[in-house]
Design a protein around this ligand. Structure first.
Ligand code: BG6
Length: 479
């Protein structure tokens, strides 16, 4: 078995909007996550034509408002992470805690004070914070007033936000990522771009325009970060789903290649290589547009070229199958990025196809393409857990999932891949992004809270807690 580096970054990951709660506290403004209703219908509701970005508490529940109350309980939570031996904790900064509306000139000091404490609490236990600057949220006002990332002004607002946090925390935080799962907008532009059907998601030009603005913003922030402190490592963050052609029919293989380029690689190609890739014209032509149709400035391309990322962070949960010939008998229900059902794989209860070898393939593909360090910043199994009357949670299924994926990582390291670290998703149970459910749990730590917001919020260690503690202690030797 290949050995992970001595300083391998073992840890866990969460995001502000799914963990913190405290949605109106400390001067925080509303974020787009605050108007997303809970439940499996979340995406159908927000994509209905009359969705208007307003909270309707008579009709829906909003689990992100309270989430798991990390805002008040972060000390207790970080203590548990320390007990597992975390080297790093990946979390995000809620933009609307720092700039409540998003377009202000000065930040909200109370919001910053909260992150001062979060960061210091991590450092107290020698846990290095890894920060996602924008994870699936932006101030709601930037959507209702500016139409989200379609508007170039967002570049300036995001730069201002980033400058504040980079300047304040650079001496304490080395690892950063600019946008969570920037490519997810291919399938659901709401989270990262603020676009739903009622404000333009159906017109792909808006998605490409938003991406362009985000590419420029990300590149400028990478450059700014390096000017503030040249030791900072600022990465991209891609949702990666290994993809297979359903069979050896070249038509399916070609479709697979296109889908890989457009979904897995397009954003990374721009952010890592510093230019739009050669297949951009073909990709955009599918939506009837050209790069020259977008609002751009000549300096944008210079920024993109000179603001390339230092590493590639990515999430990996599942693989997908391209089948344009309809050779497969079933589609992958619940595999939220679509495709055919893979007859060789099992799926999670939410239909995500479980594929550890796909992770080894992903690592080889990404490293072969970019030859930059890779960081798996999300991975895990969303599952329903049963808690016994004496608070035991025997989550062997989660241990099995993680063990197989860590084995695949070790295989990829022996393939020559430069892997920096591993932060499994939702290291403490949090609100699901796609469905707003609490019952879709990923954690090593159980949170007593149900889908309707009932529960004590008490934290309990699952069986996987001690298992992961030993994985970290032995640097992945004993899994
Ligand atoms: C990633 C996101 O897509 O997947 C997270 O970055 C999200 O925010 C995670 O929570 C798991 O998805 P879900 O829908 O099961 O919470």
């Amino acid at each position: 078995m290949a050995k992970f580096k001595k300083d391998f970054l073992w840890g866990g990951a969460t995001a502000a909007n799914q963990a913190e709660g405290g949605y109106k506290e400390g001067g925080r403004g509303l974020s787009i996550a605050d108007v997303l209703p809970g439940g499996k219908q979340r995406f159908d509701i927000i994509n209905s034509e009359d969705f208007n970005w307003e909270i309707d508490e008579d009709k829906y529940k909003y689990p992100n408002h309270v989430a798991i109350d990390h805002y008040h309980r972060f000390k207790e939570d970080i203590k548990l992470f320390a007990e597992m031996g975390f080297k790093v904790y990946r979390f995000s900064i809620s933009w609307s805690r720092i700039f409540p509306k998003g377009d202000e000139l000065t930040p909200n000091e109370e919001g910053l004070k909260f992150y001062d404490q979060m960061i210091d609490e991590c450092l107290k236990y020698d846990i290095e914070p890894v920060i996602t600057i924008s994870h699936y949220e932006m101030p709601l006002y930037l959507v209702t007033e500016y139409n989200g990332w379609t508007n170039r002004k967002l570049i300036e607002f995001y730069e201002r936000f980033s400058k504040v946090v980079l300047t304040r925390y650079h001496s304490k935080v080395k690892y950063w990522m600019t946008f969570n799962e920037i490519n997810s907008a291919e399938h659901f532009p709401v989270m990262s771009q603020g676009l739903v059907n009622s404000n333009g998601a159906k017109d792909k030009k808006n998605v490409f325009q938003s991406w362009h603005n985000q590419f420029v913003a990300s590149a400028r922030v990478v450059k700014m970060g390096h000017e503030i402190d040249e030791s900072l490592q600022i990465g991209a963050m891609i949702l990666y789903a290994t993809s297979y052609g359903y069979n050896s029919d070249p038509v399916n293989q070609m479709a697979n290649l296109e889908s890989e380029q457009e979904f897995n690689f397009f954003c990374g190609d721009v952010q890592v290589r510093g230019a739009y890739p050669a297949y951009t014209d073909r990709y955009m032509a599918k939506s009837g547009i050209k790069l020259s149709d977008l609002e751009t400035q000549p300096s944008d391309f210079e920024d993109i070229k000179t603001g390339t990322v230092d590493y590639i962070g990515f999430s990996y949960y599942m693989s997908m199958v391209a089948d344009v010939t309809n050779a497969a008998s079933e589609s992958a229900q619940g595999n939220f990025i679509g495709g055919a059902k893979n007859p060789f794989l099992k799926s999670s209860e939410w239909g995500w196809q479980i594929d550890p070898i796909g992770l080894r393939i992903a690592l080889n593909e990404l490293y072969g393409r970019y030859e930059k360090p890779l960081f798996i910043v999300e991975n895990g199994l969303g599952a329903k857990d049963e808690i016994t009357s004496d608070h035991q949670i025997n989550d062997d299924y989660r241990i099995d999932y993680l063990r197989e994926h860590i084995n695949a990582m070790a295989d990829a390291v022996s393939d020559g891949v430069d892997l920096m670290g591993y932060t499994p998703w939702g290291c403490i149970d949090i609100v699901s992004a796609s469905t707003g459910e609490m019952s879709k749990r990923y954690g090593f730590i159980y949170v007593d809270l149900d889908n309707d917001g009932n529960g004590s919020m008490d934290r309990y260690k699952k069986k996987s807690f001690d298992w992961y503690k030993n994985v970290i202690k032995t640097n992945g030797e004993e899994i």
